[in-house]
Design a protein around this ligand. Structure first.
Ligand code: 13P
Length: 252
C-alpha cells in the first residue's frame, strides 16, 4: 500500500505574528500546485488564527503543538480540542519529547489526549523517541516500544490508521546530529511491527511514521526514501521557507 508522505513543521516557541505571516505567505507560493505530499505547519497557539487565515485555500494544513484533553473548564493556561478544531486546525502534536521532558507528560496522558483528538476530528501526531544514554545502553527498542504501546493505548483500529507517529530520537533534536538512514529505518520498521501486533497488519500498513531530529534539505531525501519513513516532523529547518520547501519537495 502506498502511504502519502506527510511533512509537518513544528515551529516550537518561535515567531511573532509578523514573522509567521511572512513565512507562511512565502510557503503558500512555494507549494502552489505541489501535490503527492501532505504539508502542515504547527505554530504556537497565539499564532494559530493569523496563520490559519493566511493559509485559507492553500494546500498547507495547520496544527497545534499540544492540547488538553477536556473540552472546556477551569484549566488555566490550557487549550482545548474544541478550540483547536473551531479555529480550523487539522493536526495536533502530542507527547513531543520537550513536553515529556520539561512538562512531565506521560504515555498515559498522551494516549488520553490522542483519543480525545480523534473524537474531535483532529489528527494526532504522536511523538516517541529515546534519549542518548538509552540508545547507548541498547535500550532504544525497549523505550520506544513502551512509548508506542502506552501512548497509543485505547485507540480503535480506525483511529490508529489515521494517527501519525513521529519517531524523534531525542539526541537528534536540535543538535544537528541526524540519525543515519539505517538507524532511522530500523526503528521505523520496529514501530510498524509493534503496530501490527497491537492493532493489525492493515493498520500497520496504513499508519504514517514520520522521522524527526535535525532533518535538513541535505539529508531529507536519504531519510524519506527509506521504506518505513513516511514523512518528517521538522523543527529548525521549518522556520526557513527555502529549507522547509526543499524538504517537502524531497518527499515527492
Ligand atoms: P529539529 O529539526 O530542530 O532537530 O527539531 C525536531 C523536532 O523536535 C520536531 O518536532
Amino acid at each position: 500500500m502506498s502511504r502519502t508522505p506527510v511533512i509537518v513543521g513544528n515551529w516550537k516557541m518561535h515567531n511573532t505574528v509578523g514573522d509567521a505571516l511572512q513565512l507562511v505567505r512565502a510557503l503558500k507560493v512555494k507549494f502552489l500546485g505541489v501535490s503527492g505530499v501532505e504539508i502542515g505547519v504547527c505554530p504556537t497557539f497565539v499564532l494559530l488564527p493569523a496563520v490559519i487565515d493566511a493559509l485559507k485555500e492553500s494546500n498547507i494544513g495547520v496544527g497545534g503543538q499540544n492540547m488538553y484533553f477536556e473540552n472546556k473548564g477551569a484549566f488555566t493556561g490550557e487549550v482545548s480540542p474544541v478550540q483547536l478544531k473551531d479555529l480550523g486546525c487539522k493536526y495536533v502534536i502530542l507527547g513531543h519529547s520537550e513536553r515529556r521532558q520539561f512538562f512531565g507528560e506521560t504515555d498515559e496522558l498522551v494516549s488520553k489526549k490522542a483519543k480525545v483528538a480523534h473524537s474531535h476530528g483532529l489528527i494526532p501526531i504522536v511523538c516517541v523517541g529515546e534519549k542518548l544514554d538509552q540508545r547507548e545502553s541498547g535500550l532504544t527498542e525497549e523505550i520506544v516500544g513502551k512509548q508506542v504501546d502506552g501512548s497509543l493505548d485505547g485507540l480503535t483500529k480506525e483511529e490508529m490508521s489515521k494517527t501519525i507517529v513521529a519517531y524523534e530520537p531525542v539526541w537528534a533534536i536540535g543538535t544537528g546530529k541526524v540519525a543515519t538512514t539505517e538507524q532511522a529505518q530500523a526503528v521505523h520498521a520496529f514501530i510498524r511491527e509493534l503496530l501490527r501486533k497491537k492493532f493489525d497488519a492493515a493498520v500497520a500498513a496504513e499508519v504514517r511514521i514520520q522521522y524527526g531530529g535535525s532533518v535538513k534539505p541535505d539529508n531529507a531525501k536519504g531519510l524519506l526514501s527509506q521504506n518505513d519513513i513516511d514523512g518528517a516532523l521538522v523543527g529548525g529547518a521549518s522556520l526557513k521557507a527555502d529549507d522547509f520547501s526543499a524538504i517537502v519537495k524531497a518527499a515527492i
